[in-house]
Design a protein around this ligand. Structure first.
Ligand code: NAD
Length: 461
């Protein structure tokens, strides 16, 4: 690739920093609250759309989701009582293909969150040219407080509640925060049990991220982390950073964070700091990402890792305990946010001592945080690019299911790399053409595709 992500870094700061609120926000009735996550995300989309000259009617359509579904369903708890749960499925847009996006279980799940994540899926799939639109779902619950049986019953009741509005060629959920292959297996089994028995096996395509035994794809579990690494491998050399020997930190050590860390480490990078919901740890000599993954699987978080090496002491075996500020201030080449939304606000952005922020999580950086990172010359690989590996391998799973084939892991990794590299190139090219920051460029490259789809399809009737 001949274009560079680094050369014009500082001159893009003003572009992102001077982003004005689009009148379309008011036109579609969105709150003007600058802290509202959905308003923030649509703001970025509309800024890119304006730059691109996307027709007004397409901008208006994309500013709101097509469908917002809210359900309430009772679940029998282990003590015999019934509890009412609230679930969401938001279908943002399906002009480019069936709605696609994960399901999250979290106490803080709310409509604006899910709307935001659904919009990001539309953008992500368009940037990667996957034949999908965007959707997202969630259940307001704390899975850490549910037994395995309760988790299964919540999943089966949620699936039942939304099954009339999803389908293997209409809306295809997948795992997200606090959901995994097992949850997808219960979900698929429930949907299949309620479908026309003559098509029952085909009904299992209703979700991706399934266990391999029931049609899941090899390489899906690590796919988002692998994609983060693929994007970094493509873009970091232009910034003068080699993965081998670089230092990195990870915020959130679940699926995305732990796989990114393990793959980076296997390529010769050094993990020096990690923070999750249980606390922060640091070791400038390197934290073993594989050992840390085993620790998290056992105890549920990074806290306590290496405690045996002596509290507050660094050794190659363990790590010292640090607070959030110390985590952000730890000097690294790359920081990978891989936890929740809006964690990097202006305060955190001012502390970050990284050359690059590679967004493994969705919407981890607020516009205010983004402005600070831009002003400080810290490069951002935006979420719709950096974390698109998960949905890309979900697409491969769907293709394998549809064609009754299975791919080996080498093929999955090879194909994934092609998609990640192409998405990265589209972003860098858009950045050059529109002289904008990487986040705006990724949206421009995605919206260009969506715009063309609307041009050829037209707007019914
Ligand atoms: P996960 O549930 O496996 O992990 C979430 C991590 O976030 C955990 O380590 C948790 O401790 C941490 N966390 C939660 N609250 C925190 C807090 N207050 N401070 C610090 N850490 C906190 O979830 P995941 O699947 O790895 O998803 C992480 C992010 O990546 C989400 O934004 C998700 O939408 C996004 N994402 C996931 C996938 C995927 O395939 N799983 C794909 C694309 C994007």
């Amino acid at each position: 690739m001949t274009t560079t992500a680094s050369k014009s870094k500082s001159k893009h700061a003003a572009n992102n920093g001077s982003m004005k609120a689009s009148p379309i926000l008011a036109e579609v009735g969105l709150p003007s609250d600058p802290d509202n996550l959905y308003t923030q995300t649509v703001g970025v989309l509309l800024h890119a759309a304006e730059l691109l000259g996307l027709p007004h009617e397409v901008q208006v359509i994309l500013a709101q989701p097509k469908n917002e579904i809210m359900v309430h369903f009772p679940v029998r708890m282990d003590n015999g009582d019934y509890r009412l749960f609230k679930g969401y499925r938001v279908q943002h847009n399906n002009a480019c293909g069936p709605y696609k996006g994960g399901i999250r279980y979290h106490p803080d799940v709310h409509l604006d969150d899910v709307k935001t994540l659904a919009l990001l899926m539309t953008m992500k799939c368009a940037l990667s040219r996957l034949p999908y639109g965007g959707g997202k779902g969630g259940v307001k619950c704390d899975p850490r407080k549910l037994s395995r049986g309760e988790l299964e019953r919540v999943t089966r009741r949620f699936c039942t509640a939304i099954s009339p509005v999803i389908g293997p060629d209409y809306d295809i959920p997948a795992p997200d925060v606090n959901t995994n292959a097992q949850v997808m297996a219960w979900f698929a089994d429930t949907y299949e049990a309620q479908s026309d028995h003559r098509n029952s096996w085909d009904a299992m395509r209703v979700v991706t991220g399934k266990p391999v035994e029931i049609g899941g794809s090899l390489g899906r579990e690590k796919a988002t982390g692998q994609g983060v690494v693929d994007v970094c491998a493509e873009l970091l050399p232009e910034l003068g950073i080699q993965i081998k020997g670089m230092k990195f930190s990870v915020l959130g050590f679940g699926n995305v964070g732990s796989w990114t860390a393990r793959i980076f480490q296997d390529l010769g990078a050094k993990l020096v700091a990690v923070m999750d919901h249980t606390g922060g740890i640091r070791n400038t000599n390197g934290i073993d990402a594989h050992a840390l993954s085993r620790h998290v699987a056992k105890v549920g978080g990074v806290a306590g890792f290496g405690a045996s090496s002596g509290s507050g002491k660094k050794s190659s075996a363990g790590a010292e305990k640090i607070d959030a500020d110390e985590f952000y201030k730890t000097p690294v080449d790359v920081l990978v946010p891989a936890a929740l939304e809006q964690m990097i606000k202006d305060r955190e952005a001012k502390m970050i001592a990284a050359k690059v922020v590679a967004e493994g999580a969705n919407a981890p950086t607020t516009p205010a945080g983004d402005r600070v990172l831009n002003q400080r010359g810290i490069e951002v690989f935006p979420a719709i690019l950096a974390n698109s590996g998960g949905v890309t391998v979900s697409y491969f799973e769907w293709v394998q299911n549809k064609s009754c084939t299975t791919w080996d892991e080498e093929k999955v990794d090879r194909e994934l790399n092609k998609y990640m590299v192409m998405a990265a190139r589209r972003t860098v090219q858009a950045r050059q053409r529109f002289n904008c920051d990487m986040r705006t460029a990724a949206y421009v490259a995605a919206l260009e595709h969506v715009g063309k789809v609307y041009t050829v399809r037209g707007i019914f009737p």
